[in-house]
Design a protein around this ligand. Structure first.
Ligand SMILES: [Zn+2]
Length: 89
């Protein structure tokens, strides 16, 4: 995990302080990178100042198919984890 600018998820309001690359490479996010919230599984995108915004359906429709499939698999995995864990504070 990489420490990132502390922000909140605009979808669920949980504090976000870390991010990790799907491929496991130790890289810090840059503007435009995608992220999936570990608390609500919404697709986010890092902004120019490294806050995050929720991706719209129109944004998602413009992603390459490979990226959209990777995002959907990541969201599915996070949703499975969320449902298997006790409620988070
Ligand atoms: Zn969230």
């Amino acid at each position: 995990m990489n420490t990132v600018k502390t922000t909140t998820c605009p979808a669920c309001s949980h504090v976000l302080e870390e991010a990790s690359a799907v491929d496991g490479k130790p890289t810090a996010p840059v503007p435009g990178d995608l992220s999936v919230c570990l608390y609500c599984a919404r697709l986010l995108q890092f902004t120019e100042d490294l806050d995050v915004r929720v991706m719209t359906e129109a944004d998602i429709a413009q992603l390459p198919n490979k990226t959209r499939i990777e995002v959907q698999l990541t969201q599915w995995a996070i949703t499975q984890l969320i449902s298997a864990l006790p409620a988070l504070p």
